[in-house]
Ligand binder design. Sequence first.
Ligand code: NAP
Length: 305
Amino acid sequence: MTTVTPLISSASPLARDIDGKAIAAQVLEEVREDVKKLAGQQIFPALAVLLVGEDPASHVYVRNKLLRAQEVGIRSLEYRLPDTASQVQVLELIAQLNMDVSVNGILVQLPLPAHIDEAAVIHAIDPIKDVDGFHRENVGGLVQGIEVLTPCTPSGCMRLLQETCGDLSGLHAVVIGRSNIVGKPMATLLLQANCSVSVVHSRSVDAPALCRLADIVVAAVGRPGLIDASWLKPGAVVIDVGINRIATESGHRLVGDVDYASARTVASAITPVPGGVGPMTIAYLLKNTLVASQLQRGVGRVLVG
Ligand code: NAP
């Protein structure tokens, strides 16, 4: 067992912010550069985004994704189906996109209307075009350490951690939450980065005590402000994945799963909400579109890392 030097030897009075907007801008710049290089080889990566129904939040997410794709020069194709679309219609469209060699990435915006089986739709996407990394083939590959398309939010969190801490080897990470889209892939990626990993969930006994052992805490719970200073070891690095909409007198505001004001009195670095993990998710979606186009040509991650 290696002895690990603490990340930050003593906690400063207030944690510094991990600037997700700035780091995402850097990732997008890397993607833009790679898109240019590919254009020189007459390769033009394309992302198809499918939106079913009228969920207002989903419309905002899709608009942002398409806008960012355009900014980095990735061709984007938007497909909209009404709330009343049948599962067969959705599956037919996916089959078409799977066959279309000019489409490198397929993203189905979730949630889908209740009458459509989300799992059936996700697993209908060709795994090599599954830029969300949710297909069971990609999930299995991730666990086995095979080069696959990896879920965007955990990939973005890893980049934030690497930019903040450098080498993560030997650090103890606690992931709070065990969903298929965030908690589980996050724990797997941390393990691959040689962290010792614990996963805390709703049945964990004394979750705060488990978290207080952690050098790195990743919160993906969906409970506003659940994690406060009493959950943290001094100097811990905190990644707050949570996005919770809180009603205010003037409308609403977004808060994370971490009580930011309290946590930053103990942590050494923390992601704010908004402006932390959120921008990284879109950046890694576009990065995944490039990775998909590379994998489809059988050349692996030549340009993108
Ligand atoms: P989810 O599927 O609802 O999973 C929540 C997890 O939290 C579950 O594993 C649950 O445990 C655990 N949990 C619930 N209460 C807990 C408690 N009191 N103590 C410890 N663990 C508890 O949520 P998700 O999809 O992973 O999303 C989590 C949050 O991240 C949400 O706020 C979501 O909006 C946000 N999110 C943000 C991004 C982004 O781009 N920033 C992307 C995705 C998600 P059990 O398994 O035992 O029920």
